[in-house]
Structures are given as structure tokens and as C-alpha cells.
Design a protein around this ligand. Structure first.
Ligand code: FAD
Ligand code: NA7
Length: 512
């Protein structure tokens, strides 16, 4: 087959002529080609099509090392938010069954959980979402191509089928939204061979059994939380601190609650090796860096949750001069999501410095589509994005942590209002509420503008979402406490905050 060279690329005859034709006529196959059909890419392509643009989206899932694979929709739908929240809900239901007995429900015999039933139900729901995304793309006239995309030049994308058949697409603008994948600690012998990641756990058809979770960010704690809640013996290996980047007092409450409910934590511990024993079990050795001693235990599964990385090398970006962060491999983008190459944009997890969250990827993708279609100049506002850690005791927050507020404004210039509260549901169920806590960090002077809000408790995600609107629009402590609460809720405790940390008074809420 005749091939043509340009720089480091070798093109087949068809590709070469397609590019020459495009250059001579100035005509493109599409107004917009999006590489990556996850949260950001789908939102961007659908919005662009609705605004009359001719759009194609390429989505291709490289199977995980363990062979897990899934359909259209990206990380959130298939191996992220959705299965995670459903498994969190499964665990909460287990604990609700226990509560129910205290409320008079007669539940004969011990209650047990069947992983396979849960997995099948969750996976079926995911498949319905995969299908729903395909239908939506069709309805909105977005051309969906199950191809692995790679840039040939700043207006040309090459798409490969699994069998290696190539399709060339040219576009006026190209958006890269290929997200990231979980990392393996490749320096740990046996890690890749015997471990799995969040790309696999939701697709297991059988229970993982006794599990070691390595890592202490939210993905790790959320997985460890639901595994424990499902009755599995679960250990978390923490290298340094839990929930880096989050308020550390709140992080402590989350891990204390997990510990009190059965999760084992090995602090200051780094994994050394994983070996498969004759029995089929996995023997893991790690070092307690505090004592320097090695520890050994056996598990049925090892889940690595040690961070995520983008697959930028496979995209052919560097040859085009797209600037990347050398440490993370992520794409450097401007406030309008433009890369360093004109006509090339990026949204979502692939971008350096953006929150790795679905709603930010979706909104950024939509706004980019509107700007590219000339409908608006509005930029994505990445400030004040609320988030929630879906551990058994949820932790929701928006704005600055207490540590961040102190370092930004100075300890003397902030006031922290706080309360330890007892959710009404916990009373009859006789549940311990020691870790149900609210903290609102404010400026000390004037109307006391709120700098950060934090809550641990049931449904903290729902509570935080509501209050984040006030926060986004500059709410003050005075406005917060002038808001009349809804009784009896956990959320009302935010409107009743009156004890400052500085006062040293007991922050335990008593009475109604
Ligand atoms: P993705 O959704 O990752 O989509 C990228 C798509 O591009 C994928 O389908 C990928 O296969 C495809 N692709 C990659 N390379 C190519 C290529 N060369 N050609 C074609 N296609 C390609 N966020 C929340 O907001 N809330 C949560 O509760 C939450 N929980 C999470 C739990 C877990 C376990 C994980 C891992 C993540 C979670 N997230 C959560 C984060 C959220 O999933 C991501 O921020 C979001 O999916 C990012 O969207 P994206 O469009 O950037 O990329
Ligand atoms: P993060 O947020 O990058 O955190 C990685 C965690 O793994 C963190 O606790 C690290 O500890 C720990 N880590 C990293 N490498 C190792 C090794 N080699 N050994 C032990 N522990 C290690 O990753 P997540 O996967 O939880 O989340 C990434 C994003 O995905 C997140 O923002 C979501 O939006 C989705 P450290 O604190 O560095 O000591």
C-alpha cells in the first residue's frame, strides 16, 4: 500500500488525498469532531448538533488490564459515579434493614447480601444508559463512531476500529474529551498481574471477598465504604493522609466513621508486593513507614485506587505541538478550553487543573459548543463547585477547607461556626452520631461572607447541592442564619449554627 510521509506520520493514499482536497477546497467533513464519548464529549457534541452544527463523536473503550469493557458514556456512566452511587445505596440499604428492626419491622433470620444480584441489576442499568446515549445521539443527528481517535493534523482525525480499519474525518474544530484511566503502581511486583482497579470492581459478577484497597482519596474510600457495608472484610492502605485536598477535620470524621463501622485502616503504609498463594489467595506485603516494619496479610482481591492518568500519548498530540503538563500528561488549556493549537479544544478530566467531576465536564462541554457555534462568549466558571464524597457517612462540601481559608485569609480573619448534630433518624435506631458535623467557614468581619461549607451526615450530597446555590452567589453567615429551616431535617442545622470554634463552647446541638 502506497504511503506518504509528513513529519513523523505515514499516511495511506486515501488519507493523503482527503487532506489535500480539504486544503484546496477549504471544506471539512464536519463542523466539529469530538474524540471521547464521556460526560464532556457527549454534552459538547449534542449541544453543537442542536445548534445546527454537523457533528461526529468518536468513542472507543480500551478494555482494562483485567479485560473489563463497557459501552458508550464514559467513566461516570460505566465505571464511576453511577455504579459507585448504586453500590453505595446497596450498602445504605443493608444498614437501613438493621435500623428497620428497631422501628418494629419483623425481619426473620440474619440478613445477607448477594453480590451477583446487585451486579446484574447495576450492569443492566448501565447498559440501558449506554443504549440511551446512542439513541440520543441519533435523535440529535450526531454521527456516532465506535472508533479510536487520533489526531493526524489540526483539522484531521484518524479513527481505527478494533480490527484496525481506518476512517479519516476532517473538521473545522476538534474537541478532545478522552478523560483518564486508573493507574497501577507498576513498581510494586504483582500489582498489575494480581490487582484490579475501579475499571473492574463494578463489573465483577462474583463478590471480591476480603479486599485490600490501596489509596486514600475519594475513589478509594468510597469503594472501601460500600465493600464494608456489603459485609466484606475490607482494609485500606493509606500512604499519608486521607482525602488530600479536602478539609482534614472532615476527612478525619469520615475515616473515624468508617473505622467504627468495620473498615480496617493501615496508616503510613506503602505496598511492597502482591503474590498469589497456592490456595489462590493474594498475599500482600506492605511497610509501615512509621515503624519500618513489614506487614503481611492475605486477601481475595486487591483494588488499586492510586490515582488516574490520561492517555494523551495515544492521541498524537505532541507531534502537533499541543502543550501538555509534563508531570501529569494532561492538556494545558486556556479559560475558553483552547489548547495551544488553534482549532483544537479539550474538556473534562483530560485538562490540566480542572476538577475531575462529571457536572463540570458536562457544563464545560456545552458552553464550548455554544461558543464554537457563535451563540455566546460565556466561559465555564470552575469556581465554587460543590462535591460529595459518597462514603457510608456522606461528606459534602463547597468552597474552601478550614486550612485553605486560614492560609488564604489568616487565622484571625476567619470565623468558623460549627455543630455536632444528631439526625432524627438516628435516635430510634440508636445509631451513634459522633461524626455528624457541620462547619461553615466565614470571613470574620462585615457580613461574614461564607468561604466554605462542610457537612457529614445522611444525604450530605443532597443538602450540599441546595446550599451551594447560596454559596455561588456570595451568601453571608447572616443570610444563612436568617434562613428559616425545615424541621425536622439535617439541613436545618446549617441555618441554626451559632457556636464559633473561637468561643471554645460545646458545639453539640441539644433539643429541637
Ligand atoms: P470520560 O467520562 O472518562 O470519557 C472519556 C471517553 O473517551 C471514554 O469513553 C473513553 O473510553 C473514550 N476515549 C478515550 N480515548 C479515546 C480515543 N482515543 N478515541 C475515542 N474514544 C476515546 N464525578 C462526579 O461528578 N461524581 C461522582 O460521584 C464521581 N464518582 C466517580 C467515581 C469513580 C470510581 C471514578 C473513577 C470517577 C468518578 N467521578 C465522579 C469522576 C467522573 O467520572 C469524571 O470526572 C468524568 O467522567 C469525566 O468526564 P470526561 O468526559 O472528561 O471523560
Ligand atoms: P487521587 O486523588 O490522585 O489519589 C490517589 C491516592 O492514592 C492518594 O491517597 C495517594 O496517596 C495514593 N497513592 C498514590 N500512589 C500510591 C502508591 N504508590 N502507594 C500507595 N498509595 C498511593 O486518586 P483517585 O483515584 O482516588 O481519584 C482520582 C480522580 O478520579 C478523582 O479526582 C475523581 O474525580 C475521579 P498520597 O495522598 O499521594 O500519599
Amino acid at each position: 500500500m502506497a504511503a506518504f510521509c509528513r513529519g513523523r506520520h505515514r499516511w495511506k493514499r486515501n488519507t493523503y488525498f482527503q487532506i489535500i482536497t480539504r486544503n484546496l477546497t477549504g471544506k471539512f467533513d464536519y463542523d466539529l469532531v469530538v474524540i471521547g464519548g464521556g460526560s464532556g464529549g457527549l454534552a459538547c457534541s449534542k449541544e453543537a448538533a442542536q445548534l445546527g452544527q454537523k457533528v461526529a463523536v468518536l468513542d472507543y473503550v480500551e478494555p482494562s488490564v483485567k479485560g473489563s469493557k463497557w459501552g458508550l458514556g464514559g467513566t461516570c456512566v460505566n465505571v464511576g459515579c453511577i455504579p459507585k452511587k448504586l453500590m453505595h445505596q446497596t450498602a445504605l440499604l443493608g444498614s437501613a434493614v438493621e435500623d428497620a428492626k428497631k422501628y418494629g419491622w419483623q425481619i426473620p433470620g440474619p440478613v445477607s447480601h448477594d453480590w451477583s444480584t446487585m451486579a446484574e441489576a447495576v450492569q443492566n442499568y448501565i447498559r440501558s444508559l449506554n443504549w440511551g446515549h446512542r439513541v440520543q445521539l441519533q435523535d440529535k443527528k450526531v454521527k456516532y463512531l465506535n472508533l479510536k481517535g487520533r489526531l493526524v493534523d489540526d483539522h484531521t482525525v484518524s479513527g481505527l476500529t478494533r480490527a484496525g480499519k481506518e476512517t479519516i474525518l476532517t473538521a473545522r474544530n476538534i474537541v478532545i474529551a478522552t478523560g483518564g484511566r486508573p493507574k497501577y503502581p507498576t513498581h510494586v511486583p504483582g500489582a498489575v498481574e494480581h490487582g484490579m482497579t475501579s475499571d473492574d470492581i463494578f463489573w465483577l459478577n462474583e463478590s471480591p471477598g476480603k479486599t485490600l484497597v490501596v489509596g486514600a482519596s475519594y475513589v478509594a474510600l468510597e469503594c472501601a465504604g460500600f465493600l464494608t457495608g456489603l459485609g466484606l472484610d475490607t482494609t485500606v492502605l493509606v500512604r499519608s493522609i486521607a482525602l488530600r485536598g479536602f478539609d482534614q477535620q472532615m476527612a478525619g470524621l469520615v475515616t473515624d466513621h468508617m473505622r467504627d463501622h468495620g473498615t480496617t485502616f493501615c496508616w503510613r503504609s506503602v505496598p511492597r508486593r502482591v503474590e498469589r498463594l497456592g490456595s489462590g489467595e493474594l498475599q500482600v506485603t506492605w511497610t509501615d513507614t512509621g515503624t519500618g516494619q513489614d506487614q503481611v496479610d492475605t486477601f481475595q482481591s486487591v483494588l488499586w485506587a492510586v490515582g488516574r492518568a490520561p492517555e494523551t500519548r495515544a492521541l498524537g498530540l505532541e507531534g502537533l505541538g499541543v502543550r501538555l503538563n509534563q508531570d501529569t500528561g494532561k492538556i494545558l488549556v486556556a479559560a475558553d478550553e483552547a489548547t495551544s493549537v488553534p482549532g483544537l479544544y479539550a474538556v473534562g478530566d483530560i485538562c490540566q487543573g480542572r476538577p475531575e467531576l462529571t457536572p463540570t465536564a458536562i457544563r464545560a462541554g456545552r458552553l464550548l459548543a455554544r461558543r464554537l457555534a457563535g451563540q455566546t462568549a460565556q466561559l465555564m466558571n470552575y469556581d465554587n463547585v460543590a462535591t460529595t464524597v459518597f462514603t457510608p457517612l456522606e461528606y459534602g462540601c463547597v468552597g474552601l477547607s478550614e486550612e485553605e481559608a486560614e492560609s488564604k485569609h489568616g487565622k484571625d480573619s476567619i470565623e468558623v461556626y460549627h455543630a455536632f448534630y444528631k439526625p432524627l433518624e438516628f435516635t430510634v435506631a440508636e445509631k451513634d452520631a459522633s461524626q455528624c458535623y457541620i462547619k461553615v467557614v466565614c470571613e470574620r468581619g462585615g457580613d461574614q461572607k461564607i468561604l466554605g461549607m462542610h457537612i457529614t451526615g445522611p444525604n450530605a450530597g443532597e443538602v450540599t447541592q441546595g446550599f451551594s446555590m447560596g454559596f455561588q452567589w456570595g451568601a453571608t453567615y447572616r443570610q444563612l442564619v436568617e434562613t428559616v429551616g425545615i424541621h425536622p431535617t439535617c439541613a436545618e442545622e446549617l441555618t441554626k449554627l451559632n457556636i464559633s470554634k473561637r468561643s471554645g463552647l460545646d458545639a453539640t446541638v441539644t433539643g429541637c
